[in-house]
Design a protein around this ligand. Structure first.
Ligand code: ZN
Ligand code: MN
Length: 475
């Protein structure tokens, strides 16, 4: 029996207008190759880099959200290596003074929360893109100099599902905070895996480690873990030790191939970037960024469950994105009754979203307000509307944005709970269904059928509880 030991490196493109050290546009998707470049991101001699403040803000925000310490006196460094997609011959990155360090991200596994430690989060620039065709290689530098946030975890993952949970939670977090769209198909979020395996029960790290680079989807990440687990296990069972190497993936199957054997650690000959002065992050700057974080999605979920009494599954759906969570929170504002809160959640997740979905519309295009949904649900819970009527009123609200009470008045959709009116209808129903009525003595449940008939007569407007009472009286 073996278990994996995994550490992750995550590369995330934060959402900014311009690149990390120049004012070239970051919107390179579907643009002509080498159309968004300048002397800085092409690495021409004499060009001077100027750091992008917004990118640094986003890096610090991520660090604060993950409980990192912030390196208030920091700097950029040159990481020297040669590759055709790196025209300068070095990447501007951060070596010994990353902006953020020693954080933590909780992951939920089968109802318990495990902590994954974050070693560091630093800021760097992306490289260009090479495209190989037959015997030629084409280079596009539009991506060169894109801001990149790199997060490195400790080797704390010992199960595949921890990695999956981390990846999903991380993606939701950065979207929630507006740090990045994290669109994996566009390469905005990429994973690198450091993995070895050891016999279950053994502590400490094995004396080898395999690195798998450039994984661009969560499902492939899972497949790579399975593939590497089997591959490394076979080698260990044959009495050998897997090579310390860098591997890559060729396709979505998750199969890895060796790219480079690492005899010793890479030597990038880091040194401080001489063209960018050291960076000081003031206390005010850090505090101001902290203020903008607000409540994090997993804390919000816990609060929805513990304070609002929601089911965990409903809470999870509601915190899927910030907009949804905030809309819901406005809808339950001032409501103390947990049954009403739960009912608002039910209508919001269910009917409101299916209306939006059928029109392919976004939450922002809703014509009615959260407060109006609250009013509607209060009318329902107060017995002023039946479920059927509520659906009708909601549909009308969806189309017009009018108040529920106004719709009820105008369309005559109020529930019929007037005794004499209901009694008249009940009598009619009893007369029309002599066979059913004859069965009542033997099977009192037939009254439900008769209630249904009253509902039909009133097109769903009758108060069902009252109707049943009246029917029973008459029978
Ligand atoms: Zn540029
Ligand atoms: Mn990197």
């Amino acid at each position: 029996m073996y278990e994996p030991i995994i550490g992750l490196e995550v590369h995330l493109q934060p959402k900014t207008k311009s690149k990390m050290f120049c004012d070239c546009s970051t919107q390179y998707f579907h643009k002509a190759a080498n159309s968004l470049v300048c002397p800085v991101c092409m690495g021409l001699p004499g060009a001077l880099p100027v750091p992008n403040k917004l990118a640094i803000e986003k890096c610090v925000m991520l660090g604060l959200a993950l409980e990192c310490k912030i390196q208030k006196d920091s700097k950029f460094d040159r990481k020297n290596y040669f590759y055709p997609d790196l025209p300068k011959g070095y990447q501007i990155s951060q070596y010994d003074l990353p902006f953020c360090y020693e954080g933590v991200i909780p992951v939920d596994i089968d109802g318990d929360t495990r902590m994954i430690r974050i070693t560091r989060i630093h800021m760097e620039e992306d490289t260009g893109k090479s495209q190989h065709e037959e015997d030629k290689t084409f280079l596009d530098y539009n991506k060169s100099g894109m801001p990149l946030i790199e997060l490195v975890t400790e080797p704390d993952f010992v199960e595949k599902k921890e990695v999956t949970s981390f990846a999903k939670r991380f993606r939701r977090l950065v979207r929630y905070l507006g740090i990045s769209d994290a669109d994996m198909e566009k390469g905005q979020l990429r994973f690198e895996l450091n993995m070895s395996i050891r016999p279950v029960g053994e502590k400490g790290l094995p004396d080898y480690k395999v690195e798998v680079k450039n994984i661009g989807s969560i499902s492939v990440l899972e497949k790579v873990i399975d593939f590497e687990f089997d591959r490394q296990k076979q080698i260990l069972e044959a009495g050998e030790v897997p090579a310390q190497e860098t591997r890559g993936i060729r396709d979505a199957t998750g199969a890895t191939v060796s790219q480079r054997i690492k005899e010793e650690a890479d030597d990038y000959r880091y040194f401080p970037e001489p063209d960018i002065p050291p960076i000081h992050l003031s206390d005010d700057f850090v505090e101001e960024v902290r203020q903008r974080i607000g409540e994090l999605p997993y804390n919000k979920k816990t609060r929805f469950v513990e304070e609002l009494g929601l089911e965990p599954s409903a809470a999870e759906t509601l915190v899927a994105n910030k907009e949804k969570a905030e809309w819901f929170e406005s809808a339950v504002e001032g409501v103390a009754d947990k049954a009403i809160v739960a009912e608002i959640a039910k209508w919001f997740i269910g009917d409101v979203f299916s209306l939006l979905k059928s029109d392919k519309e976004k939450l922002a295009s809703l014509k009615f307000s959260p407060k109006q949904l609250q009013e509607l649900v209060i009318l329902l819970k107060g017995g002023k509307l039946s479920g059927t009527l509520t659906k009708q009123v909601l549909k009308e609200m969806y189309q017009t944005g009018n108040d529920p009470q106004q719709i009820i008045d105008e369309k005559g959709l109020a529930i019929v709970s007037d005794d004499s009116e209901l009694e008249g209808i009940a009598k009619k129903v009893i007369e029309a269904n002599p066979k059913v009525v004859a069965n009542y003595a033997k099977n009192p449940n037939v009254v439900k059928f008769l209630v249904g008939q009253v509902m039909r007569e009133t097109r769903g407007k009758a108060d069902p509880n009252k109707s049943e009472e009246i029917l029973k009286g008459l029978l």
